[in-house]
Design a protein around this ligand. Structure first.
Ligand code: ACO
Length: 320
C-alpha cells in the first residue's frame, strides 16, 4: 500500500503585514524585499497559535476528504514553532478535533517537515499498520524571528496546511530525504539555554539566526539536484510531471531551480508573494490553493520538494 492525499486544507491568520508596513520599524523597503525574495506581504498571527492554525487546517482537510476524526489512525505535525515544549502540537490537535483513535506526535525537520511527515505516513501504510491519517505543517515563525534583524524577519510568515492521507494502491511513487548536520549552524534557533540549580541562571530563549548566503547557495544547488534524482530513480521524465511544488522560501531560489531544471514556469506554482516563507506549512498551503484554483486533477503527477534547517531536504513524487 502507498500514500494518497485524499483531502487538503489550509489556514492563515487574517492579518496582512506588507513590506511597506515593515518600514515603520525596520530600515528596509518594498523594492529591496521584492527584488531579493519575491515577497510582497506575509500573514502575522496576533491570536491564533500554531495549534489553533493547525486545528483549522486539519478540519478543512477532513471536510475536503469527507473523513471523520474517528477514522484517523495518526496525526503527524511538522513544526519548528510549536506553542509548547510539551505536549506536542499534534497531541493538542488530536484532542481538539476528537481524533481519539489516532496516535499523535510532532516532528522537527524545519521546512522539510511536511515532506518528512508524508514519508513517515508511507512507512505506516507500507507496513500495513495504519490506513488513514493527517499530516500537518504548521508554524507561527513570527514569534521566533528577531524583528530587529532586517535580513531575516522579512522572509517569514505564519500559517498551516494539512493533508488527509490514505493507504491506497496508487499514490506515492518515489521519495527521498537527506540531512547534513555539519551545516546545522547556518540556520538555527537555540531553545532554552542550560539554566538550573547549579548554574544559578534562569534559562534564556534564542531567536532564529541565519547565514542567508550559505542557505541560498545550498538551496539553489540542492533543489534541482533532488528533483533530478527523484526523476532518475523513478524512471520518469520532466515532461511526465504536471507540477513541481517547491518549498516557498525565496522566489530567486525557485527561479534558479526552474532555470537549472529547464522546466516551464507554468508548471511551478508559487504564492510566496502573498505568504512569504511559512516553513513546514508552505507546501500544503500551496497545494490547497492549487486545488481551489482547479489546477489539480486525479492522476496528475506532482513532485514536492523542500529544504530547510538541519540542513534537511526531501522530495516526493506523487500521483494526485
Ligand atoms: N532591507 C534593506 N536592506 C537589507 C535588508 C532589508 N530587509 N536586509 C539586508 N539588507 C542589506 C544588508 O545590510 C547589506 O547591506 P551592506 O551591503 O551595506 O552590508 C545588503 O542589503 C546586502 O545584504 P545581503 O545579506 O548580502 O543580501 P543578499 O543578497 O544575500 O540577500 C537574503 C539576503 C534575501 C536573506 C538572501 O541571502 C537569501 O534569500 N538567502 C536564503 C534565505 C532563505 O531562503 N531562507 C529560508 C531557508 S530554509 C527555511 O525555509 C527555513
Amino acid at each position: 500500500m502507498t500514500t494518497r492525499i485524499i483531502g487538503i486544507g489550509a489556514c492563515v491568520p487574517d492579518t496582512i503585514v506588507t513590506n511597506n508596513d515593515l518600514t515603520a520599524f525596520l530600515d528596509t523597503n518594498d523594492e529591496w524585499i521584492r527584488e531579493r525574495t519575491g515577497i510582497g506581504e506575509r500573514r502575522v498571527s496576533t491570536e491564533m497559535g500554531t495549534t489553533a492554525l493547525a486545528v483549522e487546517a486539519a478540519k478543512r482537510a477532513m471536510e475536503d476528504a469527507g473523513v471523520s476524526p474517528e477514522e484517523l489512525d495518526f496525526v503527524i505535525l511538522a513544526t519548528s514553532s510549536g506553542d509548547n515544549s510539551f505536549p506536542s502540537a499534534a497531541s493538542e490537535v488530536q484532542g481538539i478535533i476528537g481524533a481519539l483513535n489516532a496516535v499523535a506526535f510532532d516532528i522537527s525537520a524545519a521546512c522539510s517537515g511536511f515532506i518528512f511527515g508524508l514519508h513517515i505516513a508511507q512507512g505506516f501504510f507500507a507496513s500495513g499498520i495504519y490506513k488513514k491519517g493527517l499530516v500537518i505543517g504548521a508554524e507561527t515563525l513570527s514569534k521566533v524571528v528577531d524583528w530587529s534583524d532586517r535580513s531575516n524577519c522579512i522572509l517569514f510568515g505564519d500559517g498551516a496546511g494539512a493533508a488527509v492521507v490514505s493507504a491506497e494502491e496508487t499514490g506515492l511513487i518515489h521519495m527521498l530525504m537527506g540531512t547534513d548536520g555539519r551545516k546545522s549552524k547556518v540556520l538555527d534557533c537555540v531553545g532554552r539555554t542550560l539554566g538550573n540549580c547549579l548554574t544559578g541562571f534562569k534559562p534564556e530563549m534564542g531567536f532564529m539566526k541565519m547565514d542567508g548566503k550559505e542557505v541560498f547557495k545550498f538551496a539553489v544547488r540542492k533543489v534541482p539536484e533532488i528533483v533530478n534524482q527523484i526523476l532518475d530513480e523513478s524512471g520518469l521524465a520532466k515532461d511526465d510531471i504536471d507540477y513541481f511544488v517547491l518549498h516557498q522560501a525565496n522566489m530567486r531560489i525557485i527561479e534558479s531551480a526552474v532555470k537549472r531544471l529547464d522546466i516551464p514556469m507554468e508548471k511551478v506554482p508559487t504564492n510566496i508573494e502573498r505568504y512569504a516563507n511559512t516553513s513546514a506549512a508552505s507546501i500544503p498551503i500551496l497545494l490547497d490553493e492549487m486545488k481551489k484554483d482547479g489546477k489539480l486533477h486525479r492522476g496528475d503527477k506532482l513532485i514536492l520538494a523542500g529544504f530547510g534547517a538541519g540542513l534537511t531536504w526531501g522530495a516526493t513524487l506523487i500521483e494526485w
